[in-house]
Design a protein around this ligand. Structure first.
Ligand SMILES: CC(C)(COP(=O)(O)OP(=O)(O)OC[C@H]1O[C@@H](n2cnc3c(N)ncnc32)[C@H](O)[C@@H]1OP(=O)(O)O)[C@@H](O)C(=O)NCCC(=O)NCCS
Length: 181
């Protein structure tokens, strides 16, 4: 647990130029608190202790403004800068090293219970403030989602999308080629 906290705090220090030291990263960032609560809630969810896991995730929401459903799968080094107003749905999957800002939603658009209703976000994705990513779509590795974009379709790896509905504005060819070769 201690190792996990240090690793996540180092990740915050690396990603946020405003973070000045490890102490600040551990105690002043809602992201780390939310991720710790989520680890606890997710373990209980996997043991089918659904109500208790929801109580924990709602406590995290009150404390951080970040609501991560206990069923969501979250990778390592997730950094949610500022935190407030973030919602991550039950069947969302978030890879490693993902950065998101306040006001991001990884949401559903209806669908049957016990089916995949929320997005999958692959490793190294950046999701700008206020972006809404809706439905069981995939945001490819290394993609960038512009602030306030509404994303309704899959985003290819190493691609930047912006706007409502989100459209491709850039592909980082070098990173993409390194990935496919
Ligand atoms: C999308 C983003 C990653 C693009 O960065 P980039 O790769 O450097 O791309 P550019 O700035 O060259 O933008 C490419 C085009 O998209 C447009 N664009 C960029 N961000 C946009 C946005 N959020 N919404 C709409 N259009 C946007 C640019 O105007 C530019 O259009 P043009 O080619 O017609 O001039 C960045 O603009 C962004 O939104 N980052 C989010 C950061 C954030 O949320 N910060 C919060 C800190 S508290």
């Amino acid at each position: 647990m201690f190792k996990f906290i240090i690793e996540e705090a180092r990740n915050i220090l690396e990603k946020d130029p405003a973070a000045k030291n490890l102490f600040e990263a551990i105690f002043c960032y809602p992201s780390l608190k939310a991720v710790l609560y989520h680890r606890w809630a997710h373990k209980l969810y996997n043991k089918k202790r659904y109500t208790l896991s929801r109580i924990i995730s709602q406590r995290a929401r009150r404390k951080t403004g970040i609501e991560i459903h206990p069923g969501a799968k979250i990778g390592r080094n997730l950094f949610i800068d500022h935190g407030m107003g973030v919602v991550i749905g039950e069947t969302a999957e978030v890879g490693d090293n993902v950065t998101m800002y306040h006001g991001v939603t990884l949401g559903g658009i209806g669908g049957e219970p016990n089916t995949k209703r929320h997005p999958t976000v692959e490793d190294n994705v950046m999701i700008g403030t206020g972006a809404k990513i809706l439905g069981p779509i995939t945001i490819g590795r290394g993609a960038k989602i512009g602030a306030n974009a509404v994303v309704l379709k899959d985003v290819p790896p190493y691609t930047t999308v912006v706007g409502i509905p989100a459209k491709v504005v850039k592909t980082n060819r070098d990173d993409y080629l390194m990935y496919v070769i």
